[in-house]
Design a protein around this ligand. Structure first.
Ligand code: ASP
Length: 347
């Protein structure tokens, strides 16, 4: 089906389901935001970590996961962590390592970023990404891009080649295209899984359920002791056109300060923005003297406090790594000596 035909069929479906939704007084903007249980306390995940990545919440049930799907996650996490590790191992910078790891996950349709981005209410893909260099607190971000193959590269471009930190919409696509970033048509992001999720969300008149976040993130510490963080996402299934979440907002979904911590989050973007979640980890370390594990837990508790859910990954410059979460998360890390650990099953 062409993308125009797909969108037409979506328009028809929207009309059909809008009627019962109106009768019930349910709006797509309000129905996905039920109060969630508070975050469960979690300890430090690992020491001696040089880079970690996540691919959202909703870890898989081992018994119900086809072996090919498990193998695909394993391969993706191995590839992403090793892409980042190669940069670090050759003396490269944390900011380049996180970008390399994110590109791998953006190119993989398993995650809600790049190729596997979710659809908005009009059946289009609008992608957000950000990258932050903890050595000088520099940031680059794009929001609502529609034709960039790897939004993280466009975010990096904003950081390196513009006087701004965040460029949105058409201007961001144009800026990327003018600077030689690979562009794609919307069909590139079309996957049957994401399309089905959209139809399902329309049927339930809901935004994506809290169990389905698949944003990708990466954090790293390099041999110079610098930290960096990056996050990329398609946002929420069935989101309003033009909606921007936490992922491209420094301090909300992404944060890095080489003196303290690198953070990337996934979950209800609105709650992460309200809680200023990623920056909150650094605040807790800087002003309350907490270690990274307790500081990150305090930040995710704050997300829960405003009714959000999700997870974040956080890494300090000593390689202490933690993953506080509300529910479960899919993530992986690589140690200084190159050992990779993956965690994407819940049981
Ligand atoms: N945090 C992302 C957003 O709200 C969604 C996600 O993590 O899957 O855009």
């Amino acid at each position: 089906m062409s993308s125009v035909a797909k969108r037409r069929s979506l328009a028809v479906l929207s009309c059909v389901i809008a009627v019962p939704a109106l009768v019930l007084g349910v709006s797509s903007a309000s129905s996905g935001w039920a109060q969630k249980p508070a975050a469960q306390p979690s300890g430090a995940e690992a020491h001696d970590v040089s880079l970690a990545v996540h691919c959202g919440t909703a870890a898989l049930d081992r018994a119900e996961t086809p072996p090919e799907l498990g193998a695909a996650y394993e391969a993706m996490f191995q590839e992403a962590t090793q892409a980042g590790y190669r940069v670090l191992h050759s003396g490269g910078r944390a900011v380049d390592a996180v970008q390399a790891a994110i590109v791998v996950m953006e190119d993989n349709p398993l995650c809600n970023a790049g190729r596997g981005a979710v659809f908005n209410e009009d059946g289009e893909n609008q992608l957000d990404a950000s990258i932050m260099d903890g050595s000088d607190l520099d940031v680059g971000a794009v929001a609502g891009v529609e034709n960039v193959k790897n939004p993280i590269k466009a975010a990096r471009l904003v950081m390196d080649k513009s006087p701004h930190v965040l460029i949105a919409g058409e201007g961001a696509d144009d800026f990327a295209a003018r600077n030689g970033i690979e562009m794609v048509t919307q069909d590139y992001y079309w996957t049957p899984e994401r399309w089905d999720s959209l139809l399902e969300a329309k049927k339930n008149a809901a935004s994506v359920s809290g169990e389905e976040h698949g944003t990708v993130g990466a954090i790293a510490v390099d041999s110079h002791g610098d930290l960096a963080a990056a996050t990329s996402t398609g946002g929420l299934t069935n989101k309003m056109v033009g909606r921007v979440g936490d992922s491209p907002i420094a301090g909300a979904g992404t944060y890095a300060d080489s003196q303290f911590v690198a953070v990337s989050g996934t979950g209800t973007g609105e709650a992460f923005i309200r809680a200023n979640a990623a920056r909150e980890v650094a605040v807790q370390m800087e002003h309350r003297g907490l270690d990274v594990t307790r500081a990150a837990q305090a930040a995710i508790d704050r997300v829960a406090r405003v009714g959000g859910e999700g997870a974040l990954i956080a890494l300090d410059h000593d390689g202490e790594f933690t993953v506080p979460r509300i529910g479960t998360a899919k993530y992986a890390w690589v140690t200084n000596s190159g050992d990779v650990e993956t965690r994407f099953y819940r049981n």
